[in-house]
Design a protein around this ligand. Structure first.
Ligand code: NI
Length: 249
């Protein structure tokens, strides 16, 4: 079985979720973690995990939503973080690519890390154009988790692994210009790698430009196996065990 640790399969992006789930299951996906970004998606995730056996959820407020987040939105996460099939807080983090109040981003990020720590849950972290700042905050937070769509250096990857983080690897690994990421994958033991699609975004080659789905997660694993010279079935087992260990399943 394969696990997609990061996707956004909800009605904002998909007209027929049932079909997406069916194709995922047919492609060998046994678990897909739908990540929330705001209150609306977090609420939908609670419904989805009840409806579909292979759907698990992460609840969170992502950087793009921090300016509109309310007290009730944090309360909602805290109230439901212990629910059945809610495995993490995510996606949360920092994004310096867009012009979003950075102090507010840090405040919201740290607040959700506190919730994770309080309830002993892992976090799924988004970090764009600010890997050092993200690392500095995580190092002090004493939580474990996944660096979603890891895009930093080899040296930084080693540091994240040391503080209890797995590297989330997705469709970018199949892109021609992913030279730096290939070095990271070569350098990182498979014991610290988990798979993700970030659906509906970042479709792997040869589906680039199309709407992505968790069913494509096998393409990413095939590419990782090619880079590291690994057997597909063995790599499937190891990456899935990594996720089950992190999520205590
Ligand atoms: Ni995402």
């Amino acid at each position: 079985m394969l696990v997609d640790t990061h996707c956004h399969v909800y009605s904002e992006y998909y007209d027929n979720i049932e079909e997406v789930i069916k194709r995922s299951r047919d492609a060998g996906v046994g678990m897909m973690v739908v990540n929330g970004v705001d209150r609306k998606s977090n609420e939908e995730i609670l419904r989805l995990v009840k409806e579909y056996d292979i759907v698990y959820g992460a609840l969170g407020i992502q950087p793009e939503s921090v300016e509109t987040a309310t007290e009730e939105d944090f309360d909602f996460i805290e109230k439901h973080i212990g629910d059945d099939k809610i495995v993490a807080i995510g996606e949360i983090g920092l994004d310096y690519h867009y012009d979003i109040d950075r102090e507010k981003q840090k405040e919201v990020f740290k607040r959700q890390l506190e919730i994770a720590k309080k309830y002993n849950k892992p976090v799924i972290v988004h970090s764009r154009d600010c890997i050092q700042e993200t690392y500095d905050i995580l190092k002090l937070s004493n939580v474990k988790g996944i660096m979603h769509c890891y895009s930093g250096s080899v040296e930084m990857a080693r540091e994240f692994v040391k503080i209890g983080f797995y590297l989330g690897i997705g469709g970018i690994v199949t892109f021609k210009n992913a030279v730096k990421l290939l070095d990271v994958i070569k350098d990182t033991s498979l014991e610290y790698i988990v798979l993700e699609t970030d659906s509906p975004y970042l479709s792997p080659e040869p589906y680039r430009g199309k709407v992505n789905e968790p069913a494509n997660v096998h393409v990413i694993l095939q590419k990782i196996c090619a880079i590291k010279g690994l057997d597909y079935m063995e790599a499937s087992r190891v990456t899935t065990e990594n996720v089950l260990r992190l999520f205590d399943k």
